[in-house]
Design a protein around this ligand. Structure first.
Ligand SMILES: [Zn+2]
Length: 489
């Protein structure tokens, strides 16, 4: 009986068996990507076979059928048939059936002794209907998901088993560590929401602006190059545009979506693993069932959904030879909104009774952005572990003579944030250098922004690449200036 189980996997199976022995028939298992839940499912199937019984394993996507069968084979489970349209492995005599939900909806479901529902956060009307039929009442249904937080799931399951958390798996070395940079922050103030998440059409308009798209490409070239990368866009137009902008910048990028043919998809996967393709842009169709060796994730798709967020990040957390960590370039503010994936927990299923709204997280519990390099630091860590930047004690600076002086504009109501000014100055300097502007331009723009000339010691600051916000500000001043000049003539 093939599979050698890790201790955590063996413990999970024992827990499931105990729950069944105690009379539970509707069990939800939460196990992060990388836990090896298909291996666990194969072990359960092997047990069923040993007892001469039958089981069905359902999957929500066609692409998961063959992958599951393969996994079962690898773990010594061979008595497998497939229920999916006219799949060549169709054979109802087999004791284990791997079934597509879509096909099951249209067929008589064969009697079995156990049902496993893969990716159970993707909930179908078939499931409650099936579970409530009298002849299935006493048959155990086991849901498997990394994120079983779909609204109302708690009404269908009487037990939740949390097999492991993401941080446990990272600590144990089964998942890769990760580092996050948040180079740009989109302005989502005008984006409407629907069903608990942002509306794609509004979101696409905001995220598809040239400044943001260019920043995605520039940031990746600067920080991500050399890492096999998945980039998540908002919709097809946005993801395609990202791919084109990558290509225009000389990056070998491809595009994939739910309509990409299976053989094209396989070819893309092959080029991705050979290094021929550097970046694959997609629209979220790669969130489940893809076990590519991904070492950089670009989030260009803002979301309020913890499930979508975790599924996207999950693509980058598989371990691989020579992989130290996964680099996450977050252009969506998802981390500033939802926290790190390792901080997202729910100890019960949503019973649908009251809207368990994603309450805005307490500010203190959220990561903080390093003002210098945009690295996301865990809460309460003042010094940036990526660049060593240490924020200055507010409104106090060391002057040339080495003494501490209070730095506040006289008469100003709030003290000037010298850190913010320094960053802005450094960004202007970068812009001016690139465009070969005269140095007076920097001082004038600085005064334009802060109402005061820059302190002399700022001249020694090294230039820093401007953020999109700063670039937009500069552009807006240029437009205002052009307009004013036009009016004067
Ligand atoms: Zn930093």
């Amino acid at each position: 009986m093939g599979a050698t189980l890790r201790p955590q996997q063996a413990r999970l199976i024992a827990e499931i068996n105990q729950a069944i022995a105690a009379g539970c028939r509707r069990i939800m298992v939460q196990a992060p990507t990388g836990f090896g839940k298909t291996v666990v499912a194969a072990a359960i199937a092997a047990d069923i076979l040993d007892n001469g019984k039958r089981a069905i394993f359902t999957v929500p996507a066609l692409s998961l059928i063959d992958q599951t069968v393969e996994r079962f084979y690898q773990n010594g489970v061979y008595d497998v048939g497939v229920i999916q349209a006219d799949h060549f492995m169709t054979n109802y005599a087999r004791l284990i059936q791997v079934a597509s939900v879509q096909t099951l909806q249209r067929r008589q479901i064969p009697r079995t002794d156990l049902v496993m529902i893969d990716e159970a956060h993707r909930w179908f009307d078939l499931y409650p209907d099936w579970m409530n039929r009298p002849e299935w009442k006493n048959v155990p249904f086991i849901g498997l998901s990394a994120t079983p937080w779909t609204r109302g799931l708690g009404r269908h399951f009487d037990k939740l088993i949390i097999a492991a958390t993401v941080s446990e798996l990272i600590e144990a070395g089964y998942l890769s560590a990760f580092r996050v940079f948040a180079p740009s922050s989109p302005d989502l103030s005008k984006v409407r929401s629907v069903g608990g998440d942002y509306r794609d059409d509004d979101l696409s308009k905001v995220m598809d602006q040239s400044g943001l798209v260019a920043d995605v490409v520039d940031t990746w070239i600067e920080r991500g190059k050399g890492r096999p990368t998945l980039c998540f866009g908002v919709d097809r137009a946005h993801a395609k545009n990202l791919q084109q902008k990558f290509t225009a910048a000389g990056v070998r990028a491809e595009y994939i979506d739910a309509y990409t043919e299976a053989n094209d998809r396989a070819a893309i996967a092959r080029r991705f693993h050979s290094g021929e393709t550097e970046v694959v842009c997609n629209v979220g169709c790669l969130t489940t069932g893809v076990d590519w060796d991904v070492r950089c994730i670009i989030l260009a798709r803002p979301s309020k959904s913890e499930m979508l967020f975790i599924q996207m990040i999950g693509r980058g957390l598989r371990t691989a030879d020579g992989k130290d960590d996964c680099l996450i370039l977050d252009h969506s503010d998802n981390h500033l909104r939802l926290g790190f994936v390792t901080d997202i927990h729910h100890d019960k299923l949503d019973d649908g009774r009251e809207r368990q709204k994603a309450e805005p997280k307490a500010k203190e519990a959220l990561p903080k952005k390093c003002p210098k390099c945009a690295f996301l630091k865990p809460p309460k860590t003042p010094i940036c572990s990526a660049c060593g930047f240490k924020p200055e004690v507010k409104s106090k600076i060391q002057n040339k003579a080495g003494e501490l002086v209070e730095f506040a504009a006289r008469g100003a109501r709030k003290p000037i944030d010298r850190g913010e000014q320094a960053i802005f100055y450094a960004e202007l300097k970068h812009f001016a250098t690139m465009r070969e502007f005269k140095s007076g331009w920097i001082a004038h723009k600085f005064k334009d922004k802060f109402g005061t000339w820059p302190p002399h010691d700022f001249e020694r600051l090294p230039p820093a690449k401007p953020t999109v916000t700063t670039l937009n500000w500069i552009r807006s001043r240029q437009i205002a200036w052009a307009k004013a000049r036009g009016a004067a003539q």
